[in-house]
Write a protein that binds this ligand. Structure first.
Ligand code: PEP
Ligand code: MN
Length: 338
């Protein structure tokens, strides 16, 4: 339930109304102070809330019922776009956020070299996996803690904030200490215990869409994080499983305008995992910007042929530079900047 307040409402009136609503218990009131309107979002079992009584308060303009199961992630709760600050880099505003780097951190030279190259081309955030979720237990699983150290060195060398995937709740404290944005991978999108615990920390979370998740399921996963108090959630469309086998996944670009309509959270697109093919990264990155994504995440490797993970979809730093030029042109056409 959402209560839209009249323009002239005072804080005292808001407090009185809030007290009346919470007196019966089981409901929390989430005020959102916008530039034009102030709303109160009610979370919990609102079936016992007496709408007529609420409407009798002078400050109430109208009541709206939220049909969707996600509340804090709902644009009705938060009409303005959320901008998430990743160590000084805004994600969700007019400026597009480009995250780039290798699938996995492999060595100091590799990660720092790629970081410097993507920075020269205009990337704002460095990506790189230290803990890799691999289909095969025999495949390279990442450099783990050593990978985190190498990421920190690359950040030190360039000043780029770092985003990397967390797989276990056991590592949360270490990630809070070491990284600027914690990635939840597609395979963990519905790891509810992980999501809940990430909701209790103060760190941006990049939540990838599960490979067979509907938009609603994806937003419900965001809700797990938001409900615990962490409102710094960035969504990432990375392709879903369909009957098509030509591409690794089917990059669902229609999810971008859908999410923008339903939610206030920023959404970026990962055309690397979304297609699985190097030559498709450029056209799909351009398309992502054209449909309103707040940024892109692109896998870049100095030597894709010898990459330990996802070489087939990784672009070289030179190719990445070309992609940046291309998306800059699209950004200008849709009123964004890079
Ligand atoms: C990745 O970003 O390297 C990754 C494993 O992505 P996803 O979880 O989308 O498969
Ligand atoms: Mn990858």
């Amino acid at each position: 339930m959402i209560i839209v307040l009249r323009k002239d409402t005072t804080q005292k009136e808001i407090d009185q109304l809030t007290n009346a609503i919470t007196a019966t218990g089981g409901i929390t009131v989430n005020p959102v102070y916008g530039a034009d309107i102030t709303i109160l979002g009610l979370i919990g079992d609102t079936s016992r809330v007496d709408g007529t009584r609420i409407e009798s308060f002078h400050c109430v303009d109208r009541i709206m019922h939220v049909a969707e199961p996600y509340k804090k992630a709902n644009r009705m709760f938060h009409p303005e776009d959320t901008v998430v600050d990743v160590a000084g880099v805004p994600v969700g505003g007019r400026r597009l956020a480009v995250m780039a780097g290798p699938c996995s951190v492999e060595s100091r030279e590799q990660i720092t070299g790629v970081a410097q190259a993507v920075q020269r081309s205009g990337a704002a955030i460095l990506r790189g996996g230290a803990f890799k979720p691999r289909t095969s237990p025999y495949a390279f699983q990442g450099l783990k803690y050593e990978g985190l150290e190498l990421l920190k060195q690359a950040r030190e060398a360039t000043g780029l904030p770092i985003v990397t995937e967390l797989m276990s709740t056991a590592d949360i404290d270490r990630f809070v200490e070491d990284v600027d944005c914690i990635q939840v991978g597609a395979r963990n999108m519905q790891n509810f215990d992980l999501l809940r615990q990430l909701g209790r920390i103060d760190k941006p979370i990049l939540l990838k869409r599960g490979m067979s998740a509907t938009v609603e399921e994806w937003l419900m996963s965001a809700e797990y994080i938001l409900a615990e108090g962490n409102e710094k959630v960035i969504l990432c469309e990375r392709g879903i499983r369909t009957f098509e086998t030509y591409t690794r996944n089917t990059l669902d670009l229609s999810a971008v305008p859908v999410v923008k309509r339903l939610s206030h959270l920023p959404v970026i697109v990962d055309p690397s995992h979304g297609t699985g093919k190097r030559w498709m990264v450029d056209p799909m990155a351009k398309a992502a910007v054209a449909v309103g994504a707040d940024g892109v995440m692109i896998e870049v490797h100095n030597d894709p042929q010898h990459a330990l993970c996802d070489g087939q979809q990784s672009v070289t730093p030179e190719q990445f530079d070309g992609i940046m030029k291309d998306i800059r042109a699209i950004a200008a056409a849709v009123g964004r900047e890079l």
